[in-house]
Design a protein around this ligand. Structure first.
Ligand SMILES: *[C@@H]1O[C@H](CO)[C@@H](O)[C@H](O)[C@H]1NC(C)=O
Ligand SMILES: *[C@@H]1O[C@H](CO)[C@@H](O)[C@H](O)[C@H]1NC(C)=O
Ligand SMILES: *[C@@H]1O[C@H](CO)[C@@H](O)[C@H](O)[C@H]1NC(C)=O
Ligand SMILES: *[C@@H]1O[C@H](CO)[C@@H](O)[C@H](O)[C@H]1NC(C)=O
Ligand SMILES: *[C@@H]1O[C@H](CO)[C@@H](O)[C@H](O)[C@H]1NC(C)=O
Ligand SMILES: *[C@@H]1O[C@H](CO)[C@@H](O)[C@H](O)[C@H]1NC(C)=O
Ligand SMILES: *[C@@H]1O[C@H](CO)[C@@H](O)[C@H](O)[C@H]1NC(C)=O
Length: 777
């Protein structure tokens, strides 16, 4: 590998991101406490750290952070972030610097070569070149072939362009190539494949490759894993070319854009060891015409047949005792889900979504007895035609982690027996059914996400929700729940999404404070009362996203990755006046919708603290007073609706600076004065300003010539009042709750008494209702 440094360094032009050095080393344990790392290895690591700068974070790494920053010479390097030591020797054996924002050149004489383990593990080391999840562009240099011992090339998730680098096949040592998720284009040509090829694994899926699959692929006789997903064949495919690849264990032929119908039984008959087969997005005939027993014995563990135009449940699955993952979503399968499915002892994930299943066949005795020892963790059956009650056998699936039965016609109440699942069930969606009755009180204690929206549920929210300490998403929208505001949910440290929309909730909400909340929709209820000025002070989830303790790199809200499966949350929200379905919820998305209630009094000035707020809807309430200039701090705001209130005074000029504010609506209030300038204001339709006391300005003149504007640019001059003075003081009091944890107690008293610094006031801004006397002439 020594000679390889030169060549690899040439492709490592910009390490804008993350470097992942993989080692073929089985004995990897977490950092031990018994062995301190060796001083010379520690020094080499520190030197390595200094060879790079900490650059901008890669967009993929939403929650990554510079791991090397924590490295320091006065501690055990085995405990540093990203480092794994051999448990026995204490040698540094693994470096994981994914998403660490390292920026710079990977030099061929990098001090990392001085690490002692490099000599010991010389052969297996960088034999593996992993460049995945970076932003490499350009083409792979042909002289990569001079890396004499290269065994594994992992360049997934980059932007490598150009034609398929068939010269890779001339590297005799190469056993694994992963170029998936790049921008490779042109036809797929393998060139001269060295014979016999040692290649065990080839993944070139998700590129822009077009044309037929090269026949020479049949020479890769040792292939165990082949990925050709999204290869745009543009024509018929002769699938018998794969019949030569007798060693295949994992075959991904999804989305080939071919008119050829794949005969499932036929393709299965080619292989003896196939464990995973993905034919999603192709035409597949899974009819059970040839007897199942004609097939050679298979050991299929994962079968993905999503969107294959299948009309019958593939009977073949019945004979697959090792099956763990079955995806038959997006097909046209009718009738009942067969009961023998629950007899498969290893089944872990079943996706039946988007079919026309009517029901679940009742399990008989043999099924029930195997159901008692079930392995199934994911059961996804959304968007089918299931009717009747939710079947009670589901309560027997004791390892069930995720159950999605949304968009069906289930009726009756939520089965109380689901209490059996209370220690395992993490994600439950029963959205869009016809369920009635109340929400069960004592079940679901391990839930992360609960969505029962769009049903006919009545009663109160169970107070036992307070024990759901893992709850992140609670959505009960569009039911008939009649309750006061669930203040007690404030104690849920992880709650990020709360949707109570369109129920019969009532009363004040003034005591609520939610540290992690990012999306709250309580619109169209009967809430009333005023909101105190400091109302939003503790809503830190919307004021700084950095407070998110989330360590994962996942951009969207959902369950954690579990054996390759993630369940993503989804939600429908009003944004810019239209119902927006977020099939996945970006973790940076934030929204407050209090519209359609009876709130009165002023809009709390502390709203200006929510610097990460994207959507704010306060329309259709009875808010009075002025719009605080503090809203000018909402730099991420995209949509602002304060229409149909009793707001008076001016629209703060500060709002003119909000560059993302694409939608705003001030109509049906008592506003007056100059409408702010700025691009965003000039592109609004007239109806966004109509029915006010007297708004004027060049922005308006453009868009609404027909609404009446006041004759003169009058000033609203009133001297500052005592009341205003008081407001300033309460603003300061309110801000105390917002100061980051470092500054506390006496320090605050000191600042308050002696300084009253300017930034202290910023979140609340000045009062716009009245012009100060100093500004008048
Ligand atoms: C590989 O080719 C690049 C140019 O494409 C050149 O800069 C580099 O020196 C070459 N490396 C070796 C080891 O030949
Ligand atoms: C850590 O090492 C560097 C040089 O390697 C030295 O300059 C620095 O003073 C050391 N810091 C501590 C705290 O020992
Ligand atoms: C493939 O190899 C043969 C001989 O082994 C040679 O004649 C031919 O030119 C090669 N083709 C390419 C495209 O390299
Ligand atoms: C549920 O639906 C079934 C048929 O779809 C119907 O026969 C039954 O009466 C319904 N039950 C309730 C409680 O509405
Ligand atoms: C189930 O299948 C649907 C349709 O293909 C897909 O959108 C969804 O993500 C799948 N669910 C899970 C948890 O994999
Ligand atoms: C605000 O909410 C009201 C009522 O809930 C809705 O009609 C309106 O479209 C929403 N505004 C925006 C900008 O989404
Ligand atoms: C602004 O809101 C009013 C009432 O809330 C609505 O009638 C009007 O269509 C809205 N304007 C725009 C541009 O959405």
């Amino acid at each position: 590998m020594k000679g390889s440094w030169n060549s690899t360094s040439t492709i490592s032009i910009t390490l804008y991101f993350l470097i992942l050095l993989t080692f073929n080393f089985r004995d990897v344990f977490p950092a031990p406490t018994r062995h301190l790392c060796r001083p010379e290895q520690r020094d080499a690591l520190l030197k390595f750290k200094n060879e790079f700068e900490i650059g901008k974070r890669h967009p993929y790494c939403t929650n990554g952070h510079p791991k090397t920053e924590s490295w320091g010479n006065n501690s055990d390097c085995c405990n540093w972030e990203g480092i794994t030591c051999n448990a026995k020797s204490g040698d540094v054996i693994e470096l994981d610097l994914r998403c660490s924002s390292l920026h710079g050149r990977f030099h061929s004489d990098s001090s990392i070569r001085n690490l002692r383990f490099l000599t010991t593990l010389d052969l297996s080391w960088l034999s593996s070149l992993s460049l995945s999840h970076n932003q490499f562009t350009g083409t792979l240099p042909p002289n990569i072939t001079s890396v004499s011992n290269l065994m594994e090339l992992d360049a997934r998730y980059n932007a490598f362009a150009g034609t398929f680098p068939s010269f890779l096949f001339t590297i005799p040592s190469l056993t694994e190539i992963d170029l998936s998720h790049n921008q490779l284009e042109g036809t797929l040509e393998f060139g001269n494949i060295s014979s016999p090829s040692n290649l065990l694994s080839l993944d070139i899926g998700s590129n822009n490759l077009i044309g037929p699959i090269s026949r020479s692929i049949s020479k890769l006789v040792n292939l165990e894993r082949l990925g050709l997903s999204h290869l745009n064949t543009q024509g018929p495919v002769d699938f018998s070319i794969f019949s030569h690849l007798k060693s295949l264990e994992d075959l991904d032929l999804s989305h080939l854009n071919t008119p050829t119908t794949i005969d499932l039984n036929n393709i299965l008959s080619y292989f003896k060891r196939l464990g995973s087969l993905d034919l999603s997005g192709n035409h597949v005939s899974a009819t059970n015409k040839s007897s199942v027993s004609d097939l050679p014995p298979q050991l299929i563990q994962a079968l993905y047949l999503s969107g294959c135009g299948i009309t019958e449940f593939p009977e073949f699955v019945r004979t697959q005792p090792l099956m763990t993952n079955l995806d038959i979503s997006n097909n046209k399968i009718k009738g009942q889900v067969p009961n023998w499915l629950w007899r498969l002892p290893n089944l872990f994930y079943v996706n039946l979504s988007n079919n026309t299943f009517m029901g679940f066949e009742r399990p008989t005795k043999p099924e029930l007895s195997s159901v008692r020892n079930p392995s199934i963790e994911y059961l996804l059956g959304s968007n089918n035609s299931f009717t009747g009650k939710i079947p009670s056998f589901i309560c027997e699936l004791r390892f069930l982690n995720t159950l999605d039965l949304s968009d069906n016609n289930f009726n009756g109440s939520i089965p109380r027996c689901m209490g059996n699942l209370k220690s395992t069930l993490s994600d439950l969606s029963l959205r869009q059914n016809h369920l009635s009755g109340g929400l069960p009180k004592h079940i679901f204690e391990s839930l992360r996400s609960l969505d029962v929206g769009h049903n006919q549920l009545v009663g109160k929210l169970p107070r036992s929700l307070i024990r759901f300490s893992t709850l992140e998403v609670l959505n009960v929208e569009s039911n008939r729940i009649n309750d006061i505001f669930p203040f007690w949910l404030s104690s849920l440290q992880k709650l990020q999404v709360l949707v109570l929309r369109s129920n019969a909730f009532h009363g004040p909400i003034h005591r609520a404070s939610f540290p992690m909340l990012r999306i709250i929709d309580i619109s169209n209820n009967h809430f009333n009362g005023t909101l105190p000025i400091e109302y939003f002070v503790k809503w830190s989830g919307m004021s700084s996203l950095g407070k998110n303790e989330d360590q994962s790199n996942e951009k969207y809200m959902g369950s954690g990755l579990n054996r390759g499966v993630i369940y993503y949350d989804s939600i429908v929200l009003m944004n810019r006046g239209v119902a927006l379905e977020l099939v996945r919820i970006l973790k940076i998305y934030t929204a407050i919708d209090f519209s359609g209630n009876k709130f009165e009094g002023e809009i709390p000035k502390s709203i200006g603290l929510l610097k990460e707020l994207h959507v704010l809807n306060l329309s259709n309430n009875a808010f009075t007073g002025c719009i605080s200039s503090s809203m000018g701090n909402l730099r991420e705001l995209e949509s602002l609706d304060v229409s149909q209130n009793k707001l008076s005074g001016e629209i703060p000029q500060e709002l003119g600076n909000l560059s993302y504010l694409a939608y705003m609506n001030f109509s049906h209030n008592q506003l007056s004065g100059l409408v702010p300038g700025g691009n965003q204001f000039q592109t609004q339709p007239c109806s966004s300003f109509e029915d006010n006391l007297g708004l004027f300005g060049s922005s308006l003149e453009e868009v609404c010539r027909d609404i009446h504007t006041p004759a003169s640019h009058q000033q609203y001059e009133t001297p500052e009042t005592e009341e205003e003075e008081e407001e300033v003081i309460s603003c300061i009091a309110a801000a105390i709750g917002f100061i980051p944890g470092i500054v506390f107690g006496l320090t605050i008293g000191y600042i308050l008494v002696f300084y009253k610094p300017k930034w202290f006031m910023n979140p609340f801004g000045r009062n716009n209702c009245k012009r100060r006397s100093t500004t008048s002439h």
